[in-house]
Design a binder for this molecule. Structure first.
Ligand code: THU
Length: 137
């Protein structure tokens, strides 16, 4: 799977964002080792705290369908009225969810504004010294 295709899938997912309170729309596309792509958008709530980020929507969709192994995630985000998107990095809670399921050395986090403009990080770069399942052993 080409990184550009994953960013395009995240941009499509962003169109379904439900963000009537922040007006900040986010889309994510998560690539499983099986080759399947799970998309997600942010879903806000009038009570605010039940809101869910696009990245976690994608992870929870995937895990609830039996996937536990992932290669990469593309993330796109920006205000709904933005003419051009800015790079949108995942929040700390989403980084922790990635830590649960992803290899920190190889899992790629692709931050894109469009298919021709992206930055790529490993999970270890965005969550150094993370707390994960190995800490409990
Ligand atoms: N949000 C995401 O979905 N992913 C991120 O990486 C950053 C923030 C959402 C949460 C909320 O609905 C809105 O963007 C503004 O914070």
């Amino acid at each position: 799977m080409d990184k550009k295709e994953l960013v395009k899938a995240a941009l499509e997912a962003r169109k379904l964002s439900y963000a009537p309170y922040s007006h900040f729309r986010v889309g994510a596309a998560l690539l499983a080792k099986s080759g399947k792509i799970y998309t997600g958008c942010n879903i806000e709530n009038a009570a605010y705290t039940p809101s869910n980020c696009a990245e976690r929507t994608a992870f929870f969709k995937a895990v609830s369908e039996g996937e536990h192994d992932f290669t990469a995630i593309a993330i796109t985000g920006g205000r709904e009225d933005a003419a051009h998107l800015q790079i949108c990095a995942p929040c700390g809670v989403c980084r922790q969810v990635m830590e649960e399921f992803c290899d920190e050395e190889t899992f790629e986090i692709i931050l894109g504004t469009d298919a021709d403009d992206m930055q790529v990080y490993t999970l270890k770069e965005l969550l150094p010294l993370g707390f994960g399942v190995s800490n409990l052993n």
